[in-house]
Design a protein around this ligand. Sequence first.
Ligand code: ADP
Ligand code: ASP
Ligand code: MG
Length: 426
Amino acid sequence: MGRIVMKFGGTSVGCLDRIRHVSRLVESEVNSGNEVAVVVSAMSGETNKLISLVDELDSDEFKQGQITGGDINDEYDSIVATGEQVTSGLLAIALRRRGVNARSWLGWQVPFRTDKSHSKARISKIECSEVGISMKQGNVAVVAGFQGISDDRRISTLGRGGSDTSAVALAVALKADRCDIYTDVDGIYTTDPRIAKDARRLNYIAFEEMLELASLGAKVLQTRSVELAMNNNLPIRVLTSMVESGIPNPGTLVCNEDKNMEERVVSGVAYSRDEAQITLLNLADKPGMVAKVCSTMANANISVDMIVQGISRSDNAANLTFTIGKRDLNAALKALKSSKESIGFNDIKFDENVTKVSVVGIGMRSHTGVAQTMFEALAERGINIAVIATSEIKISVLIDAEYTELAVRALHSAFKLHEKRANPQT
Ligand code: ADP
Ligand code: ASP
Ligand code: MG
């Protein structure tokens, strides 16, 4: 008997039959004597539909040259948060019809307090005492994920995939014994199983590795959710909702590093297609130039990821290439063009058809040769590398998007990730 948080993603609540199925999984936890809070995403595809309504309206206005009135992210949040309102209500009904006491909670009702960075808000505090009392009285709390209430008392959302973060944050706030993230795959794999058919499910993965994989594009968990779990030392179990209740399903435990895990040099391959590459041509090669570019981006609230500089000694000029999120490309180009004089460059080039592919592993700290294996595997397939970035436990390369699948599979097999190790932890 304990207190648990169960989170169900978009596919798991994608239609009424799936919602009925989820209600059975929740009921079986209630029948085992647990107090249960459930965090739900919108039905799969719903958030995309809502976002495309916003984008279509906005681009029509843009084409007609009527762009006035500034930022729209507060209204974007009011719109995209509605998907989770529907599923929380539907699951509460499905539970009641099974005889399980349940009520839905929207983000502002809990409340999940967030900052004002609409569309990518961060949770500042969860005041969940009322939810806790309701759970103690025997009600399942069905909480709409992804949403909160901002400092300015508007609906806010936590960025794509944000229900994972809602679930982990709620589990921490409720002092839950477990946080189970149910999805459409049965755990964390060595790479996206949709791309490499021989990807292998891991029994365990260290917080740090999962954090890198998530931030480098493995959408199975939102980065912020892993960060929160790591900071609060709350293990997360990732498992599939596509099983009948009562059938044991170990999934993957995301937890603190274990000494056995160090035996893996590379644990996984991740990719992100959400990248755009910008090159500034003919910058003056003098101190402070990169700082100016970065501050222009920071003032536009855009994070710069990979950076590479090429200098021609003969004419004292440099080219600077960097990557940003694809969604920020228009805003970045606008900001750079208006700072052209003060930064001092001749021309801008950009490319949206790029993918970042990365290998991750805590074993890289103590093993050499990973870069060599990675670059050779890509070279053998004729894949050109545009930008490289490394950290203690990852190497990332930017490549032409056309080669994404080929590169992921090549790296997965170069590091023999499909092979089961003798070590039971792997
Ligand atoms: P949910 O709707 O349940 O939140 P997501 O679509 O956000 O589910 O995340 C699950 C998907 O993440 C899987 O279907 C899989 O294609 C993808 N994925 C990417 N990398 C990995 C990985 N290393 N292990 C497992 N799944 C991964
Ligand atoms: N529905 C939101 C999204 O699609 C949040 C989530 O699924 O976690 O991004
Ligand atoms: Mg998700």
